[in-house]
Design a protein around this ligand. Structure first.
Ligand code: NAG
Ligand code: NAG
Ligand code: NAG
Ligand code: NAG
Ligand code: NAG
Length: 555
């Protein structure tokens, strides 16, 4: 069996000694020095009174608060505050009061009193008073106040204490409000299923298990199962469709307000999110919808060579949970999307397989002049620049041409294109986001332009591909990502591009389209390359082209 099994125990291990919460048998009050102190609940504390004899004296020396657990059964433990105060005995001090206050609750006070005889005997000595009868709940924020009894002014000590939350392993195992059950799972990627085993759940309850997508809340998928309390094996197998980072296994006991456990097996698979890129050729809109909430920066870029992708101006968008759309994008193979998160950077090139290629540039020669042949499948406007390589790469616009649907235009180029380090750069001018095509190093002899065979071959291939793409017509491109094990370890993936073309809905439509396209093909192949020639030097006033000023002269 080639499926990869991975068993993960969800987040619990051996408890360190200090992580144990102290156990208490019965709640009560204890005082040191053999003092027989007594405690009782107190509802109302008198306002404080001034006692001149106590000015400048310190009666409280220490206050320490901790949590203790009182257990009736293994899964029936409650939490209590243990308050330990160190006080200096004086005859004026009959005892002390401890009050707790939490948001939305009434103040709860206990008064601990010392026997009259002991007060005189122990005057001046330090006595430790301990009380652990305040019941609290997990994660509660408690304001603890210590006062003298009677209540002398300016003698109050107080402290805010936060009770451990259900994240604490000891609570998770023993306090019902925290018992969620523990989830262990194994993923079978080939079968797209997760085997889940539950342990340490509430013993006398049924148990729910499901898969959900965690956004603000966890929204359920179809995968759900109920484990009966009488079942011997507490396990189940759940199906998933896509290993998204926010896909979680959720489990809870059958009771009102039961705490839930969530384990997300794929939470590190950020790359999985970059599937779901779509392109609408009609509107030329490129969009991506996150499958999970994610904080990412998206930029369109032009792929340069194997590893670089140069950002397109003003194309950066920051996304969270909403769909990102780039209106008016040239679906050129070199136009890519760069996704950046805290976990790294990914580049996806949705058009890399040239299915959507709309136009192309080839270099030819006509009437002894170098020419740029521009073929297009759609009606578009192309902008041409001549660039000079040097210390800086400088480009000058020479012209813009409009190419009609399924036709082509040849543009005569200035002669200095034949010089070394001079290039021609073309991009679409009728869209918001486009990459450019750059061609350099033409070899001209006596005004002739010789092109290597390779360029012709690729030009032919390209035109053919464009026609093939035309057959498919108005379809939406869905990019999905093949899972590759090694990807998990790479923080930076370059040019992952696996595109799937969804077949058009109506078969009849595509047949029509195919016939139309093959007619177009014949038309295009029947045309001579130099059918629409414009000599920029001599005929710059020709109507069909808008020709910019020309600085360069033919050498
Ligand atoms: C309390 O202490 C202050 C300064 O430390 C002193 O000025 C004052 O006299 C003291 N009061 C008594 C009643 O001892
Ligand atoms: C408070 O009590 C705990 C446990 O009883 C002890 O570990 C800790 O040192 C005490 N802290 C202070 C400030 O006395
Ligand atoms: C649960 O575990 C038992 C024993 O390991 C196994 O025989 C059974 O097939 C499992 N059931 C499911 C639904 O995975
Ligand atoms: C996610 O990655 C972190 C750090 O690399 C690792 O500790 C954790 O176990 C991973 N989680 C899962 C579910 O693979
Ligand atoms: C980018 O946006 C700025 C400000 O909105 C604008 O001035 C600039 O021309 C834009 N650049 C491009 C290449 O669109």
């Amino acid at each position: 069996m080639r499926c990869a099994l991975l068993l993960v125990l969800a987040g619990w291990g051996v408890l360190a000694q200090e992580d144990w919460i102290q156990r208490a048998m019965n709640c009560g009050t204890h005082c040191s020095q053999g003092l027989q102190c007594k405690a009782k609940r107190h509802l109302f504390l008198a306002p404080c009174k001034r006692e001149p004899a106590l000015i400048n004296s310190t009666l409280f020396h220490n206050l320490n608060i901790s949590t203790v657990m009182k257990c009736e059964k293994k899964q029936q433990c409650s939490l209590h505050l243990k308050v330990t105060a160190t006080v200096e005995m004086t005859e004026l001090l009959h005892g002390l009061s401890v009050c707790t206050l939490s948001a939305g609750m009434l103040e709860d006070c206990r008064v601990v009193t010392f026997p009259r005889m002991a007060r005189a005997k122990l005057a001046g000595q330090l006595v430790q008073v301990q009380d652990d009868c305040f019941e609290v709940s997990p994660n509660q924020n408690v304001h603890v106040m210590l006062r003298t009894f009677p209540n002398y002014c300016d003698m109050t000590w107080s402290q805010v204490y936060r009770v451990q939350g259900c994240g604490h392993a000891d609570l998770r195992s023993h306090v019902p409000a925290c018992i969620t059950g523990k989830i262990a799972y194994a993923v079978d990627m080939d079968r797209q299923e997760i085997s889940v085993r539950v342990s340490d759940m509430l013993e006398d309850r049924n148990y729910h298990l499901r898969l959900c997508h965690r956004w603000d809340i966890c929204t359920g998928t179809e995968a759900y199962i109920l484990l009966k309390r009488e079942d011997h094996f507490k396990n189940a197998t759940l199906q998933f469709s896509s290993p998204l980072p926010c896909l979680c296994i959720e489990g809870w006991s059958s009771m009102v307000d039961a705490p839930r456990v969530q384990v997300c097996p794929f939470k590190n698979r950020t790359a999985e999110l970059w599937s779901g890129v779509t392109f609408d050729p009609e509107r030329e809109a490129l969009s991506w919808e996150p499958g999970c909430p994610v904080k990412a920066v998206i930029t369109l870029c032009q792929r340069e060579g194997e590893s670089d992708c140069e950002d397109l101006a003003n194309s950066t968008q920051i996304v969270g949970r909403k769909k990102v759309t780039y209106a008016k994008v040239d679906p050129h193979p070199s136009l890519c999307m760069k996704f950046t998160t805290d976990a790294g950077s990914w580049i996806k090139c949705p058009f890399a397989d040239r299915n959507f290629l709309a136009w192309d540039l080839t270099m030819t020669t006509g009437q002894g002049q170098p020419q740029a042949a521009l073929a297009s499948r759609i009606r578009t406007k192309l902008s041409l620049q001549v660039c000079q390589k040097g210390e800086r790469f400088e480009c000058t616009k020479i012209t813009s041409v409009t190419v009609e649907k399924m036709s082509h235009v040849s543009v005569n180029l200035p002669g200095d294109i034949c010089q070394p380090d001079v290039c021609i750069r073309v991009r679409r001018a009728d869209v918001q986001f486009s990459t450019h095509v750059l061609q350099c190093h033409f070899q001209c002899t006596r005004g002739e332009l010789y092109l290597c065979k390779g360029i012709f071959v690729s030009a032919f291939t390209c035109v053919t591909l464009m026609i093939v793409a035309g057959l498919v017509g108005n379809i939406v491109l869905t990019v999905y990502q093949k899972r590759r094990a090694k990807r998990r370890h790479a923080s930076y993936r370059q040019f992952e591009h696996t595109a799937v073309i969804l077949p058009p809905a109506a078969a009849a439509d595509s047949v029509d389209h195919a016939q139309q396209s093959s007619r177009d093909l014949k038309l295009m192949l029947g045309l001579d390359v130099s059918v629409t020639l414009t000599d920029l030097v001599k005929e710059h006033d020709q109507q069909s082209l808008s020709v910019g000023p020309l600085q360069a002269s033919c050498g």
